[in-house]
Design a protein around this ligand. Structure first.
Ligand code: 147
Length: 663
């Protein structure tokens, strides 16, 4: 890179000519899940909850997304938690679980044209029928996915446009063909299959198997590099998508990354959709990939949220285009800028409207989380566009101009500048500094930088003391603020009509990242907590046939309770105090620091109260009104969430959770 920085203004003229249309834009979208990334959003109070949804989905307001991709819950850990399956077992069916149905409904309320896309990370164990693969019994898995689409349609009136295979895992020809047939037979002909939400190797596979390729409508790549050769994919003649992208921070850097890829993916690689992981950061600080989101909403108790510049980078494209608009081909409205950066033009096939986006981000700000980019230089320049007669030529009206600088926000973020006038020769020029994103469009009315005013002030600390008996929680939902990490803890009325929290997953799921480390667990609070008292009522039903089921209460746990101060009571009448939760393999904790008999008998089908108190390097545990252990030495330096859990896949019940500061 030896471009002199003074070489401005002399650049060549870029032709924009709709005689050379390419592929339709499919979507700029956001991804909820993969996993549990939206968990805390549903616990926000109004009006903040609706405001956040407006910033994401309302047309001409914020990110105004074209597409919402959601996780099809699979009962196992999928990055920031576990999302519940609609079928924990073969005979189970419940469409009231989780928050993705709700989120899709809210998105559609705001934008009836928003596209929907479902994808599984994990699968409930039963679809594997004793194997650990979702493809061993293709009919089971295809029926399971079909049931999800039926719930969307019959319960929520949602038509799902796209359905995936198995996130970042293998695909399978027989399964995909079976899925296509099953969906056609069930009335979901319009639901298109995306394969395979992973690497571009799928293109080679499909090239060799015509009937497999015929079942697939869209090629979905993850974090595709702009500098790879996708010729195998183009040869398939199917839309090529960045079906997961970004994982970058909810700040200017994340916005710069995203601004770049939503323009370069077409300009360099002919990709027609980009979907950001993740949609909304509503998962606790201290879980994986914190704040890698389009916007952030992690304080349901205060109502505070953060509308990040990533929202406005998205608005630069979404507010000025619609799915189905046509990209212009390389050198006729799309391509690379002379001094670095990209531009892409979309035209409305049904009118004379068009939108050009221009982006110039330097190497230090360009990388999304993956892959790394080769070195490159960019320099400020003045770019001249020339509209061909096909675009309306000299009769084109003044064009609206919107500007952001994601490397220097003092220049503005999604700010309307004065219109640009097209000369009699069809040309106009814009100055493009480093960090710039421009939208230049015939759409003059409608787009806006929407605002609901300042949100309530930030209050990062989870409010203590905290208590919940789950009576206000809707049937089948997670307990308020509880974030399931493995297994599904749902609120259900018991035989007495009392609402309790019950672990609902009956066997080890076909996991995504977890394949059987620790027992089911749900966490709450702050990873930063140290000295706390956590108490809960527990009940071990006589229906549980496992050898020695346990109910556990814990403090200072990490995301998957690999560490933490964990007190478990067992049906046998024993207890353990351990550093980390019980193992799924044998139901026992690995690092036991105290164990013995409970001070009083434990009874099946009866409620017992258990608590743990941690102060500095000392822990005490109570069972009903007696101490199980008192002032036992534990590691002082650990901090972590409060948690409740169990040692296997059965329906342990919990009620009346309370947490307060100790010490
Ligand atoms: C993706 C997952 O699909 C998401 O659920 C989330 O975990 C996201 C976080 O960045 O990552 O999975 C990937 C894991 C590894 C790679 C790419 C995506 N990789 O190594 O290229």
């Amino acid at each position: 890179g030896t471009h002199p920085t003074s070489a401005e203004g002399s650049g060549s003229t870029l032709i924009v000519d709709k005689a050379h249309v390419g592929e339709p834009l499919d979507a700029i979208g956001g991804l909820s899940g993969g996993g549990a990334t939206s968990r805390l959003l549903i616990d926000y109070k109004e009006p903040q909850r609706s405001q956040i949804l407006d910033y994401l989905f309302k047309p001409n307001f914020g990110a105004s997304l074209h597409l919402l991709k959601v996780e099809i819950g699979g009962d196992s850990q999928s990055t920031d938690g576990t999302e519940p399956s609609h079928m924990h077992s073969k005979d189970d069916l419940d469409y009231k679980r989780g928050y993705e149905w709700w989120l899709m409904t809210e998105a559609k309320k705001r934008n009836p044209n928003i596209k929907l896309y479902g994808l599984a990370w994990a699968y409930p164990g039963w679809v594997g029928n004793g194997t650990s693969s979702p493809f061993s019994y293709p009919n089971l898995t295809a029926d399971y996915i079909s049931k999800w689409l039926q719930g969307a349609k019959s319960v929520y009136g949602l038509d799902v446009d796209y359905i995936g295979i198995w996130n970042e895992r293998s695909s399978d020809a027989t399964y995909v063909k079976t899925l296509r047939r099953t969906l056609d037979d069930a009335g979901f002909k319009h639901t298109q299959i995306v394969a395979k939400d992973g690497g571009a190797d799928i293109c080679n596979t499909l090239a060799k198997d015509k009937s497999y390729a015929d079942a697939v409508s869209v090629i979905g790549l993850h974090y595709p590099s702009d500098f790879s050769d996708y010729s195998q994919c183009y040869a398939l003649n199917k839309p090529l998508w960045a079906s997961e992208e970004s994982s970058s921070y909810d700040d200017l850097n994340g916005a710069a990354c995203w601004a770049r890829v939503i323009t370069s993916h077409w300009a360099l690689s002919r990709m027609t959709a980009s979907i950001m992981w993740n949609l909304v950061g509503a998962y606790y600080h201290g879980t994986n990939w914190y704040a890698s989101s389009m916007m952030t909403a992690v304080q349901p108790w205060s109502g505070h949220y953060w509308v990040s510049p990533v929202v406005w980078a998205t608005a630069h494209v979404t507010q000025f285009t619609r799915p189905g608009w046509l990209y212009l081909n390389d050198s006729y409205g799309s391509g690379s800028l002379p001094n670095g950066g990209y531009y892409a033009t979309l035209v409305d096939p049904n009118s004379s409207d068009f939108t050009i986006t221009v982006v110039k981000i330097d190497h230090d700000h360009a990388p999304c989380t993956r892959p790394a980019l080769p070195p490159f230089d960019v320099h400020a320049e003045t770019v001249t566009f020339k509209l061909a007669p096909s675009m309306g030529g000299s009769s084109v009206p003044a064009l609206a101009v919107w500007y952001s600088n994601f490397q220097n926000e003092t220049q503005g973020i999604f700010k309307r500048l004065s219109d640009v006038h097209v000369g009699t020769d069809g040309t106009f020029s814009v100055h493009v500094p480093v960090g710039a994103m421009y939208t230049i469009s015939t759409i003059r009315d409608g787009p806006q930088k929407g605002s609901h005013g300042p949100p309530p002030p930030s209050a990062p600390s989870f409010p203590l003391p905290y208590a919940d008996a789950f009576d206000e929680v809707a049937e089948s939902q997670e307990g308020k603020y509880l974030a399931d990490q493995i297994g599904a803890f749902e609120v259900h009325a018991d035989a007495q009509g009392n609402k309790v929290l019950r672990q609902m997953v009956p066997e080890l799921p076909i996991g995504w990242s977890d394949h059987g480390s620790n027992g089911p667990v749900t966490v709450i609070g702050m990873r930063e907590w140290q000295d706390v008292f956590v108490q809960v009522k527990v009940r071990l039903s006589s229906n549980i046939t496992a050898h020695d089921p346990a109910a556990c209460v814990a403090a200072r746990v990490d995301q998957m309770w690999d560490r933490g101060i964990v007190f478990c009571v067992y049906a046998s009448g024993n207890y353990t105090l351990s550093i980390g939760g019980p193992k799924q393999s044998n139901g026992q904790p690995a690092d036991v620091v105290s164990q013995g008999q409970l001070p009083t008998p434990i009874h099946r089908d009866h409620w017992h109260t258990i608590s743990i108190t941690c102060v500095n390097s000392s822990a005490s545990g109570m069972f009903d009104s007696g101490f199980a252990f008192r002032d036992v030495a534990v590691p002082a330096l650990d901090t972590g969430f409060a948690a409740i859990g169990t040692n296997g896949w059965f329906a342990v019940e919990y009620d009346a959770l309370s947490i307060s500061e100790a010490g």
